[in-house]
Design a protein around this ligand. Structure first.
Ligand code: HAM
Length: 429
């Protein structure tokens, strides 16, 4: 076993998997753009206080899962466990509500949580996420949910299942929490240690307990407590979703692991995943911007776990094209030492050719000190469809030899016709 290995809970994304990441990101970016979102990149670490205040002091993420450290200046920092807090901080810091009253931002980046690693759960993982500021209308909720559904459809994950709920607001949720707490009190001695702790500080989280689930079948649910405004808002979200053909289930026991949510919350799961079956999650957080000392701006958003989406795609055996697949790949080889300098120059010329660049052609080569046979073996290993061979004779005549790798057929063509000829070639399937 090598002495140095990736730290527990982290992993290397090797080229084959990286190609899947790129494909997925490219689809997400194209879709975000179509829905009017622009990219934001925020730092991977922030003041620890930002996460405590936004995600909630009593959440598992803040209590047990943050990578917290002190920098050399004694500042208390944390690696971001999620993207929303940093985006909200940036939204406030740069006064984006003034320049972008309806501000739609997306991000792609790594997040860090010191959770117990298992399949689909990492300590460093990637999220693709979006945040939408300034729109309190239920149509914004429906629009975001449709964006999420369109994303999973574009990725080919047709079994992605959308569950939605409303967590109420500051008017109705406290009444529900009282009723829930009273109900849980009776069960307290029979509940697990985690739930006993949560019952007092964060009773909603008890509903999420995997251990105590069966004991909680009769707990009151939030739908019995929604105030008129919350009920109307959620009703309208569902109505709009149905009209636009969105498929979903209302799950009144659905809660989230982060405290900033109000009203609509949702989760997308996949049966192709194991215990960690959440592909994406999100919801409305109308009070968070104000709570972080910003303007009173409503907001909502979601994030998708990239590793999990890729895992679900693999489980569904969806072919994910890598960026190189289907691209024209040409190998430049030299026959004999004297031709190698000219071959080296040709390699660079082809790489700089704008028409080949527009075709995303891959130009390989550079092993000119090897024998021609050895160079062509490398070309085969790199799955080049054609090789351009340059020997002294070719140089003298102003020609190159073009070899079709699959058949071994070779022909001489004038050097100045090389690019236009390469552009007519069909890449390997
Ligand atoms: P979250 O539910 O904590 O929400 O995470 C969103 C998604 O990130 C999950 O559904 C899952 O796919 C992925 N994920 C979470 N933890 C891990 C892990 N340890 N390993 C691999 N994947 C993981 C949020 O983060 C919110 N910021 C979403 C949001 C945006 N809400 C409003 N705006």
């Amino acid at each position: 076993m090598p002495k140095y290995q990736a730290v527990r809970g982290t992993k290397d994304i090797l080229p084959a998997e990286s190609a899947r990441f790129q494909h997925l990101e490219a689809q997400a970016r194209a879709l975000f753009r179509r829905f009017g979102y622009e990219e934001i990149r925020t730092p991977t670490f922030e003041s620890v206080d930002l996460f405590q205040r936004s995600l909630g002091e009593t959440t598992d993420v803040v209590q047990k899962e943050m990578y917290v450290f002190e920098d050399r200046g004694g500042r208390k920092l944390a690696l971001r466990p999620e993207g929303t807090a940093g985006v909200v901080r940036a939204f406030i810091e740069h006064h984006l509500s003034q320049t972008h009253p309806f501000c739609k931002l997306f991000y792609v980046g790594p997040m860090f949580r010191a959770e117990r690693p298992q399949a689909g759960r990492y300590r460093e993982f990637w999220q693709v996420g979006a945040e939408y500021f300034g729109n309190a209308s239920p149509s914004a909720d429906a629009e975001l949910l449709l964006l999420v559904q369109t994303l999973f459809r574009a990725l080919g994950l047709s079994d992605a299942h959308l569950k939605i709920n409303s967590l109420g607001d500051q008017n109705c949720r406290p009444k529900y929490l009282d009723a829930l707490t009273a109900h849980i009190k009776g069960l307290l001695p029979t509940l697990c240690e985690d739930c006993q702790r949560r019952a007092e500080k964060n009773p909603l989280r008890v509903l999420d307990c995997k251990v105590d689930g069966p004991k909680l079948v009769n707990v009151p649910t939030i739908d019995q407590f929604w105030c008129d405004d919350c009920r109307t808002h959620f009703g309208k979200v569902q109505h709009l979703l149905k009209r636009a053909g969105g498929a979903f289930d209302v799950v009144p026991r659905l809660v989230r692991g982060l405290d900033y949510y109000s009203r609509t919350v949702f989760e997308v799961t996949s049966s192709a995943l194991g215990a960690q079956d959440a592909l994406a999650a999100g919801g409305r957080y109308d009070k968070l911007v104000k709570e972080l000392d910003g303007p009173d701006v409503p907001a909502l958003g979601f994030a998708m776990g990239v590793e999990r989406a890729i895992q679900a795609l693999q489980a569904a055996q969806k072919p994910v094209p890598g960026p190189g697949l289907g691209a024209l790949k040409v190998f430049v080889a030299a026959l004999g030492e004297p031709a190698s300098d000219r071959a080296f120059a040709l390699l660079q010329e082809l790489r700089q050719d704008p028409e080949l660049a527009a075709r995303a052609a891959v130009i390989e080569g550079g092993f000119f000190e090897k024998k021609l046979g050895a160079q062509l073996t490398i070309a085969d290993r790199l799955v080049a469809s054609h090789s351009v061979i340059l020997g002294e004779e070719e140089i003298q005549r102003g020609e190159v030899t073009l070899r079709t790798m699959k058949t071994g057929a070779q022909e001489r063509i004038p050097c100045k016709e090389l690019v236009s000829r390469l552009l007519t070639l069909t890449p390997l399937a």
